[in-house]
Write a protein that binds this ligand. Structure first.
Ligand SMILES: [Zn+2]
Length: 282
C-alpha cells in the first residue's frame, strides 16, 4: 500500500491536468504537509516518500494498543456515531459504496449510494444558485488507509497531538462512506480553516442540511466532538436530522444524546401509564 501511495503521488506529480494537480495536493495535504507551489509540493513529495520508507510496524502496534474495545454495533446506520469513544470495526466496509457522481479527487473517491446521490444534488445546487464550484477531495477511507495516514501523523507530532487533528483508525468518519471533505480551486484544493470564511464555505454551512449533510466539527464545540473546527468536513445524516441539527446549532453527539434522553422519558411515561392504569383497576 505504501508503494501504491508513492506511485499515485508520482503519477500525480508527473501529470499536469487540473484534476491530477488537485489529487496531488490532496494527497500531500492528507499526509500532513501543506504545499502551495510546485516547488513546495516537490519537496513535500520527497519527504513523504522518505517517511513512508521508514514507517515501521511499531507505530501500528502502538495505535492498536491505544484503541480500547468500544466498537459500534450499528455501523450501517445512517446515524452511526463515530468519534474518539465510538469506533468502527477494523473490517467494516459499507456494502453500498459507489463512485461519487461528482468527481471526488484523490485516492478515495467513493461514497455510500445515499450520500453520493445527495452530494450530487448539493454540488449542482451550489453551481446553479451561486456559481460556486465545490470540489470533493476525500470520501470513503478504509481502516487500513487511515491506519497508515495516522501512523505518519504520529511520527510527525506524537500520539497525543496527532489525535487532535487526525482520527485514529476506526474513529474516522470517512470509514462510514457518509463523509466528504469539500474544497475549492480558490483554496488550492487544500483543507484549511479559512474555507469557512469564503463565500463557498458560508454557502455550504447554510445549505448543506437541505441535502442531508451537516458540518460535523463546529467552532466552539471542540470539547464535544473532540476535534478542531473543520468547515470542510461534511457528514450525511438525512435531511430531517440535518435540518434539526442546523437549526439548533448542535453537534451529532448532542442530537443523539438528547434523542436518547427523550426516548428514555417516553419509556418512563409509558411505564408510569401502565402502573397507573394497573392501580386504577385495583
Ligand atoms: Zn474529513
Amino acid at each position: 500500500m505504501k508503494k501504491i501511495i508513492i506511485m499515485l503521488l508520482f503519477i500525480s506529480f508527473t501529470t499536469t491536468s487540473n484534476a491530477i494537480t488537485l489529487t496531488m495536493f490532496e494527497c500531500v495535504n492528507h499526509m500532513g504537509f501543506y504545499a502551495k507551489t510546485d516547488k513546495e509540493l516537490s519537496e513535500a513529495l520527497e519527504e513523504i516518500g522518505e517517511e513512508l520508507e521508514i514507517a515501521d510496524n511499531d507505530i501500528e502496534e502502538e495505535i492498536r494498543e491505544y484503541i480500547e474495545d468500544k466498537y459500534v454495533v450499528n455501523p450501517d446506520d445512517i446515524l452511526v456515531l463515530v468519534n474518539k469513544d465510538s469506533y468502527l470495526p477494523v473490517d467494516y466496509e459499507p456494502s453500498d459504496l459507489v463512485e461519487a457522481h461528482t468527481k471526488c479527487y484523490g485516492v478515495n473517491n467513493k461514497l455510500r449510494k445515499i450520500a453520493a446521490d445527495n452530494m450530487k444534488d448539493l454540488v449542482e445546487a451550489a453551481m446553479e444558485e451561486s456559481e460556486y464550484e465545490l470540489i470533493l477531495t476525500s470520501c470513503y477511507r478504509s481502516y487500513g488507509y487511515q491506519e497508515r495516514l495516522f501512523g505518519n501523523y504520529v511520527k510527525r507530532s506524537g500520539l497525543e497531538k496527532a489525535n487532535t487533528y487526525s482520527a485514529r483508525p476506526g474513529e474516522s468518519e470517512h470509514q462510514t462512506g457518509l463523509v466528504a471533505d469539500i474544497t475549492t480551486i480558490k483554496m488550492g484544493g487544500l483543507l484549511k480553516e479559512e474555507f469557512g470564511d469564503t463565500e463557498e464555505g458560508i454557502w455550504l454551512a447554510n445549505n448543506a442540511h437541505k441535502y442531508g449533510f451537516i458540518i460535523r466539527y463546529l467552532k466552539g464545540k471542540e470539547d464535544i466532538t473532540g476535534y478542531q473546527y473543520e468547515p470542510w468536513h461534511i457528514r450525511y445524516v438525512g435531511k430531517e436530522v440535518a435540518t434539526y441539527i442546523y437549526e439548533n446549532n448542535i453537534t451529532l453527539e448532542e442530537y443523539l444524546y438528547s434523542k436518547e434522553i427523550q426516548d428514555k422519558i417516553i419509556e418512563i411515561v409509558k411505564m408510569l401509564g401502565n402502573v397507573l392504569s394497573f392501580n386504577d383497576e385495583v
